[in-house]
Design a protein around this ligand. Structure first.
Ligand code: FAD
Length: 305
């Protein structure tokens, strides 16, 4: 039988790594399962200019490495394994990876979310070089530039309005003729002098030399294709919380986000959640890190009792 850990942390993005720093400094020696991507989403980007304490900005992977070093300095143990099954119906809680079985008295879930991708050529190659999934993070880099927003829901419309602060023009490209965004948002967008709507159109390819320069578009009605100038492509077609393995064990919203109280307790006592796995609103590295801190402090109190 495996030894019983005090605290297991699932995920090594800003939420999981911050939880690890706090828990390690409380002598909980947390075991951190890194999962499929060390550093999480922030490690996939180049320039991070809005994380406090780094006035010159820094690269996403460097921010993650710094968090790891800080967590390990105080005794956190990171292992490159992905949790594939959990049993939260008994204590200690049971967790399984491909490599084996683990037990823990408390668990922090920080498995994050994954922005839905278009899946077109050029998308992955230009992430951080013109392709973005976060207007708050990257809008600033596109002052007086040509911006294309992809999507037709509330997020796409809200973010398009925000991006008008920066771009000289913002075009919203949507595959359908109708938009899902709420009526008030639609009205604001349609009345905005900087925004143009491009309906019944999909992005086929993202093109450029080292950074995004053009998009190949296709009409879903006529099949006609054309190329258009673009410096930034902001893709807002949804996020998938990484919560499939908790189905049936923890309460979650219809779209799969974990339900937590205001101290980040999930529906099972002793299991906490931190970051984008429950937060589909702020979606920032700093807010996720803040949630990680909160979850670790609550886990420490839970274990103390
Ligand atoms: C391209 C891009 C650029 C961004 N730029 C900025 C920016 O400039 N500033 C900013 O503040 N925010 C930015 N963001 C948003 C920021 O990255 C996220 O808000 C933040 O990373 C969320 O942190 P998280 O820890 O909650 O989850 P994530 O970062 O999603 O991390 C999830 C972690 O969980 C792990 N995991 C998943 N499943 C399992 C499993 N089954 N078992 C174990 N581990 C698992 C993953 O491996 C990963 O380590 C950006 C996001 C993207 C996509």
């Amino acid at each position: 039988m495996s030894t019983v850990e005090k605290l297991a942390i699932l995920g090594a993005g800003p939420a999981g790594l911050t939880a690890a720093i706090y828990a390690a400094r409380a002598f909980l020696a947390p075991l951190v399962f890194v999962g499929p991507s060390f550093g999480g989403q922030i490690a996939t980007t180049t320039e991070v200019e809005n994380f406090p304490g780094f006035p010159e900005g820094l690269q996403g992977p460097e921010l993650s490495e710094r968090m790891r070093t800080q967590a390990e300095r105080f005794g956190a143990r990171l292992i490159e394994e992905t949790i594939t099954r959990v049993d939260f119906s008994r204590r200690p809680f049971h967790l399984w990876s491909e490599a084996g079985e683990y037990q823990a008295q408390a668990v922090i879930i920080a498995t994050g979310a994954t922005p839905r991708k278009l899946g077109v050529p050029g998308e992955d190659a230009f992430i951080g070089r013109g392709v973005s999934y976060c207007a708050t993070c990257d809008g600033f880099f596109f002052r007086d530039k040509e911006i294309v927003v992809v999507g037709g829901g509330d997020s796409a419309f809200q973010e398009a309005l925000f991006l008008t602060k920066f771009g000289r023009r913002v075009r919203i490209v949507h595959r359908r003729d109708q938009f899902r965004a709420g009526a008030t948002l639609q009205k604001r967008v349609m009345e905005h002098p900087k925004i143009e709507l491009v309906r019944s159109t999909v992005v086929e390819r993202i093109l450029g030399n080292g950074k995004v320069e053009r998009l190949e578009l296709r009409s879903t009605q006529t099949e006609q294709r054309w190329t258009t100038e673009a410096d930034g492509v902001f893709i807002f077609i949804g996020h998938e919380p990484n919560t499939q393995l908790f189905r049936g064990q923890l309460a979650m919203t219809d779209d799969g986000y974990l339900i937590v109280d205001n101290r980040l307790h999930t529906s099972v006592e002793g299991v906490f959640a931190a970051g984008e796995v429950h937060d589909n609103w702020f979606r920032q590295a700093i807010t996720s890190a803040g949630f990680g801190c909160m979850a670790a402090m609550e886990a420490e109190k839970f274990l103390d009792h």
